[in-house]
Design a protein around this ligand. Structure first.
Ligand SMILES: NC(=O)c1ccc[n+]([C@@H]2O[C@H](COP(=O)([O-])OP(=O)(O)OC[C@H]3O[C@@H](n4cnc5c(N)ncnc54)[C@H](OP(=O)(O)O)[C@@H]3O)[C@@H](O)[C@H]2O)c1
Length: 293
């Protein structure tokens, strides 16, 4: 039987079989839990096994023989970097994909004019991949939705909020570049898992892209204060002149992989987006920023 003929709508409003790419990502565990709670039996694909007891395909999206490893699919949730997706789309389509919900990032906008060449390259990869996904899906009759989160957090696991919590635990004092007045909208991984399912279920979300932000817009400094609160500590925040913070980052680079001078400069910039179309089209309603560690 043809793979496409095996697909079936279910009471969950999602067409099965369901495949989750990148189940070991921050969003993956929550997405699998939510899909299981809906009575579906998702299959996951990644290079490492997810921690949950779940049907797992050991696969690499960059593998030219990917089609040989894929099970029949209908709905695909892509939580892996979107630049890996275009090359995998023909194989996914060949196995029956009719609906795709793919995560990209608001970094495609915030990093496009970065002074850092590697950040500009990330922004370009995201934008190119989004365009390729849209073009492929339009040409092959696959309904698509692209979701662009801002800064994702998941207590104890992410490299943003949880990394700051780790620094606070270790050093007690958190230095900032300037007053940390740039606005942020941190978004919880579990809200994104729920948002991805809601988008897949909503006819209004077909063939559209959305920026997904957290429930609150706060300054970098207030975000840091909330992290102190989540750790049960009183804030000890040290605003530094931008040049001194940059020097500190350079010295800390060996212990803080991925640290770049632009990270400090960005603390003064507003990185905000509008989620009103997601609220209207699929009921996006994320939580406030009150992390608990
Ligand atoms: N972290 C953020 O703040 C942030 C912000 C905005 C948008 N996003 C986007 O949101 C999504 C989830 O973010 P995340 O930070 O949780 O991602 P992540 O930790 O980088 O996880 C990426 C996932 O992709 C899988 N993966 C990577 N390379 C693969 C390959 N060659 N073949 C198969 N699977 C591969 C990984 O699994 P294995 O390593 O086990 O293969 C992992 O499950 C991503 O699309 C990301 O770009 C992230």
């Amino acid at each position: 039987m043809d793979a496409e003929n095996t697909s079936s709508p279910s009471p969950s409003g999602l067409t099965s079989p369901i495949l989750v790419l990148g189940a070991t990502s921050l969003i993956g565990e929550h997405l699998l839990t939510r899909l299981n709670a809906l009575g579906t039996t998702p299959i996951s694909l990644s290079r490492r096994p997810p921690s949950d007891d779940i049907c797992w395909v050991d696969g690499d999206l960059a593998d030219p023989n990917l089609a040989d490893e894929l099970p029949p699919v209908a709905t695909v949730f892509s939580l892996s970097p979107i630049w890996l997706l275009p090359q995998a789309l023909p194989a996914l389509k060949a196995r029956g994909m009719v609906r795709l919900v793919a995560f990209s990032s608001t970094s495609r906008f915030t990093k496009q004019d970065s002074p850092d060449a590697s950040e500009r390259a990330v922004a370009k990869s995201l934008a190119d991949a989004e365009a390729a996904v849209e073009a492929f899906c339009a040409a092959h009759g696959v309904a698509w939705t692209i979701l662009r989160p801002t800064l994702i957090y998941l207590e104890g696991r992410d490299g943003n909020v949880s990394r700051l919590a780790g620094l606070i635990r270790r050093f007690k004092v958190l230095p900032l570049s300037g007053q940390g007045e740039g606005l942020r909208q941190p978004v919880h991984a579990d809200d994104l898992a729920g948002g991805a399912i809601a988008a897949a279920q909503a006819p209004a979300a077909r063939d559209k892209a959305y920026d997904l932000v957290g429930g609150e817009t706060l300054t970098y400094r207030v975000m840091a204060e909330r992290i102190y609160a989540g750790l049960g500590r009183r804030p000890a925040i040290l605003p530094l002149p931008a040049w001194l913070f940059r020097l500190l980052l350079t010295l800390a680079k060996p212990f803080y992989p991925g640290a770049t001078a632009t990270m400090g400069d960005r603390m003064a910039q507003n990185l905000t987006f509008d989620d009103s179309s997601a609220r209207a089209d699929f009921g996006w309603a994320p939580r406030d920023f009150r992390p608990r560690f």
